[in-house]
Design a protein around this ligand. Structure first.
Ligand SMILES: [Zn+2]
Length: 99
């Protein structure tokens, strides 16, 4: 009936420095499209930037994403439609899945 709960005192890992864990990338990638739309708070932007500086994978992806968005914005048609955004988000999630 010993109720030994083992705790690990040293397991507090700073979120941004656990290497390039997939989970972290997914989290960042999920926010990237909002980041491009400037819908994120400064805090989250900083978090993303920090991760990007640390993770070439995501940086490259953001770069191509940014180009895509700019191409859309430079068109005479109204900015990204709901469909475009959905598409981009799907691309992001796909990239996250293979990261
Ligand atoms: Zn990453």
């Amino acid at each position: 009936m010993a109720d030994r709960v083992r705790t690990y005192p040293g397991t507090r890992t700073p979120a941004l420095h656990q290497g390039h864990g997939k989970r972290n990338c997914v989290k960042v990638l999920e926010r990237l499209s909002a980041y491009l739309d400037d819908e994120l708070s400064g805090d989250v932007c900083q978090e993303i930037r920090a991760h990007l500086g640390d993770c070439p994978n995501c940086e490259v992806f953001l770069d191509s994403l940014r180009q895509t968005v700019q191409l859309c914005r430079n068109r005479p048609s109204p900015a990204l439609s709901k469909n475009d955004r959905a598409n981009l988000r799907r691309q992001i999630l796909k990239a996250a899945a293979t990261a």
